[in-house]
Design a protein around this ligand. Structure first.
Ligand code: HSE
Length: 306
C-alpha cells in the first residue's frame, strides 16, 4: 500500500470541568487527509481548501508531527500529504489535532501499524506545542482513541478511554478566530484552593457519571470556576447561549477547547436539535456569522476512508 486516505474528526477539549485533560471525538465535521510514501526524505504538503494554512512542513502541524515520526525512524523516505480541511483553523474544535493526528495515523497505516496509539499522540503533540506553546493532548487523545478520553499525564503519556452513555453534541462556531496561545495567555497563573477543589470534584463526578450513564450527575458536573470565567468574555453572547441551551433541555456545556466554539451535550438527538434552534435564535441577532453542528460521539476518532 503506497497511499491511504483518512478522515480525522473534530474534537471537543476541556469539556468544562477537565481543562487540558478531558476530551471527546465528534463524528463530524472532519478533515480528509491523503498520504503517499515517497523515496526522498521529505514532507510535501498541499491543501485543497481556502484556509491559507502554511504548506512548509516545519510551519504546518501535520508536517511537524510527520517530521517527528520520520526522525524517530531515522527514515530514508518521506511523505506527500494532501489535506482537505473542513474544520476551520482557530475554531476551538481541534482543527490542528485533526491535521496532526490524521497525518500520523495515515503514515502509521502506510508503515504497517508499527507505532502504538500513544506514540502517535507523542508525535502529534509536537504539532500542538508549535501551535499553542504547550504540550497538551486533550484534543489528540480523543482524535486517536475515539470516544471520551482522560489524559492523566501528558509527559509521559497516560491516557484513559472512558465509557460513556448515548450523548449528542450541539456545537455553535461563531466565525471569529481565537488563537489558543492568546486564550491561554489570559488564564490565571494562580488558582484559589476552593475553586481547584470544586473543579477536581466536578471532574471526578463527570467521569463517574459517564460510567454510570447518570445524566443528572453529568449535568451537575459541567461547571468550571477557573477557565470559563477568564475566557467567556471572548465569546459574544456566551451566557445567553448557555442559559437558553439549558432551557431547551441540554445537560450542560461551555467553551469548546479554547473557543470560540461553544458545545452543549444532550441526552437525545431531539434535545440536541432544540438546543441548535435556541443557539440559532440567539446568534441571529448578533451580526456574527456562525455554523451549527449536531453530532453523536465518534467511538473511533480518526479512521480510514472507505
Ligand atoms: N486545553 C486546551 C485549552 C485546548 O483550553 O487551551 C485547546 O488546544
Amino acid at each position: 500500500m503506497d497511499q491511504v486516505t483518512v478522515l480525522a474528526p473534530a474534537t471537543v477539549a476541556n469539556v468544562v470541568c477537565g481543562f487540558d485533560c478531558l476530551g471527546f471525538a465528534l463524528e463530524e465535521p472532519f478533515d480528509e487527509i491523503t498520504l503517499r510514501k515517497i523515496d526522498k526524505r521529505d514532507v510535501r504538503i498541499s491543501h485543497h481548501d481556502d484556509f491559507g494554512l502554511p504548506t512548509h512542513p516545519t510551519k504546518n502541524v501535520a508536517g511537524i508531527a510527520l517530521i517527528a515520526m520520520l526522525d524517530s525512524l531515522n527514515a530514508d523516505f518521506g511523505f506527500e500529504v494532501e489535506i482537505t480541511k473542513r474544520i476551520k483553523p482557530g475554531s476551538g474544535i481541534g482543527s490542528s489535532a485533526a491535521s496532526s493526528c490524521g497525518a500520523v495515523f495515515a503514515a502509521n497505516s502506510l508503515l504497517g501499524g508499527r507505532f502504538s496509539s500513544n506514540e502517535l499522540i507523542d508525535f502529534a503533540m509536537e504539532g500542538e506545542l508549535a501551535a499553542s506553546g504547550t504540550k497538551h493532548a486533550d484534543n489528540l487523545a480523543p482524535s486517536i482513541f475515539g470516544g471520551f478520553t482522560l489524559v492523566r499525564s501528558a509527559e509521559p503519556l497516560d491516557i484513559i478511554s472512558l465509557e460513556f452513555p448515548p450523548l449528542f453534541a450541539t456545537i455553535i462556531h461563531p466565525q471569529i478566530e481565537i488563537k489558543t496561545a492568546e486564550a491561554r495567555a489570559i488564564l490565571p497563573k494562580d488558582v484559589p484552593l476552593r475553586a481547584a477543589v470544586r473543579n477536581w470534584s466536578n471532574l471526578g463526578a463527570f467521569v463517574a457519571a459517564l460510567a454510570k450513564g447518570d445524566y443528572y450527575l453529568l449535568s451537575r458536573s459541567m461547571e468550571d470556576l477557573i477557565i470559563e470565567p477568564a475566557r467567556k468574555s471572548l465569546i459574544p453572547k456566551f451566557d445567553e447561549l448557555k442559559a437558553e441551551s439549558l432551557a431547551a433541555g441540554a445537560l450542560g456545556g461551555g467553551i469548546s477547547g479554547s473557543g470560540p466554539s461553544v458545545f452543549m451535550l444532550s441526552e437525545t438527538i431531539e434535545i440536541a436539535q432544540s438546543t441548535s434552534s435556541a443557539m440559532h435564535s440567539i446568534y441571529s441577532t448578533t451580526g456574527v456569522d456562525f455554523n451549527i453542528y449536531i453530532s453523536s460521539i465518534s467511538p473511533t476518532g480518526v479512521r480510514l476512508a472507505q
